[in-house]
Write a protein that binds this ligand. Sequence first.
Ligand SMILES: [Zn+2]
Ligand SMILES: [Zn+2]
Length: 335
Amino acid sequence: MRTSFHPRLINDPFLDPGLFIAFSHRRRALLFDLGDLHALAPRDLLKVSHVFVTHAHMDHFIGFDFLLRTLLGRDKEVHLFGPPEFFDRVEGKLAGYTWNLAEEYEHALRLRVTEVWPEKLRTRTYCCRDRFKAGGAQEEAPFDGALLEEPSFRLEAALLDHRIPCLGVALVESFSINIRKQSLEDLDLPVGPWLTRFKRALHEQKPPGEGFDVTWEEGGRIIKEKHFILGELARKIACISPGQKIAYISDMVGRPDNLEKAERLIRNADSLYIEAPFLDRDRERAEEKYHLTAKQSGTLARKAGAKRLTLFHFSPRYARMGRELEREAMEAFKR
Ligand SMILES: [Zn+2]
Ligand SMILES: [Zn+2]
């Protein structure tokens, strides 16, 4: 299945957790968790529009500074989501620096920060020009399981138990649009930026009878255009297929009610990224630390009907034993 989203783990499974999801044909990306981000190029970080921090343990949040450092001075708004008390964590980070020069920056970075509570979303905005001052107005909205809804996808979340509330997240793509190259050639249409505009029009479910201009561009300038009817053009060149679901679970205890909650969130995921810090022979230790074992992760993935399983967040105690963690999870997954 081809997709509009390209997820990749940021680090080796023994290093800090984190998933980077790039959008096809768009300068945009999502980030799940803010662990060590040095493996991401600045051009990748600059694409990030929304960040979902599962919880603020250091291995999931230490990258906040690196992200901020990269974005500072840009005309950009980045939205961060986190569990209850996330404002305190973000404000603590922001209070750690001196911002006397920030109001002189030509471009003003804004951080929108949302705390996810069982039934509520609370949002505050922090502006670079105001020296990221805390305590501004707070917005409130009901939380019905979705953190973000856009024409092409929705972002679902659940609060899981990791001795503290911890977010599990799933990106659910509405449907995906693939362009038939051959059809473009048959119609003598160029490949170009108009395709992004075209896909967006379909995702936004613009009326099929609406007009649409295909443009020929050179050096950013339109040199020719041709008029079409959106729906007719779609029938000729687009192949529309169901969207992907990409789920991410990091840091949760493997107790029955918690597993059931996670299972509901990740049901039928095409790609599941899930922690597997411990071997099942150390299950007691895993429970003490409020983490899953590889076997629990594999079993959860199978029960939820996930199609692909990727493991991460291996405990350093299993250095050079990554294969064993993989084997244990995959055995439970494929059983
Ligand atoms: Zn943790
Ligand atoms: Zn962790």
